[in-house]
Design a binder for this molecule. Structure first.
Ligand SMILES: Cc1cc2nc3c(=O)[nH]c(=O)nc-3n(C[C@H](O)[C@H](O)[C@H](O)COP(=O)(O)O)c2cc1C
Length: 162
């Protein structure tokens, strides 16, 4: 009964889940940097590399997470298929997530961000400024990742969960 009360309550934990994949390493560099900054701020973070993470684990990590950062390269104008799968799952499960952002990389153009936004309509979340960059992250991009981490920290602090 306690577990049931917990699952149905609105309370979430000081956790950020980052389902991600990276073909050439650009998105992965962004994820690794964000993970380091969040940990330094006292925010728990679970990067889930979708190359070898079971979708059951993604579902499990979604139960208590407050924030989800979807991280993907642009593939054939949209998100990578594995990220599509994880995003679809998150939307279907309607977890307690309160904040979502999207980060990732592209080569020449596409509609990845719009496509991901269109896939999470079930989630009652506030969007944290996304960051889609060209190629590998550069100095300016790391500064923007610092800002995303700070925003997450502030939101979690306001909830009193950090
Ligand atoms: C199969 C494939 C399809 C791609 N399709 C696109 C695309 O439609 N639009 C685009 O801007 N870049 C496209 N790219 C380029 C990647 O998005 C770009 O190299 C990006 O920096 C890769 O990120 P990653 O290093 O995290 O894998 C494609 C790359 C591959 C391998």
């Amino acid at each position: 009964m306690d577990a049931y009360a917990d699952w149905t309550s609105d309370s979430s934990k000081n956790e950020v889940i980052i389902p991600y994949i990276s073909m050439h390493g650009s998105t992965e560099r962004m994820v690794n940097y964000l993970v380091d900054v969040l940990i330094k701020k006292g925010v728990n973070v679970k990067p889930l590399n979708l190359t070898y993470t079971d979708m059951g684990e993604v579902a499990l990590e979604l139960v208590d997470a407050t924030t989800m950062i979807i991280a993907s390269p642009t593939v054939l104008t949209g998100p990578h298929p594995s990220v599509v799968y994880a995003t679809y799952l998150a939307n279907a499960l309607r977890p307690k997530l309160k904040y979502v952002s999207v980060i990732g990389s592209y080569g020449w153009g596409g509609r990845m961000l719009e496509q991901i936004e269109g896939m999470i309509k079930n989630l009652k979340v506030e969007t944290i400024e996304p960051l889609i960059i060209k190629g590998f992250p550069k100095e300016d991009d790391y500064k923007k990742l610092d800002e995303i981490a700070e925003q997450i920290f502030q939101r979690h602090s306001e909830l009193g969960i950090v």
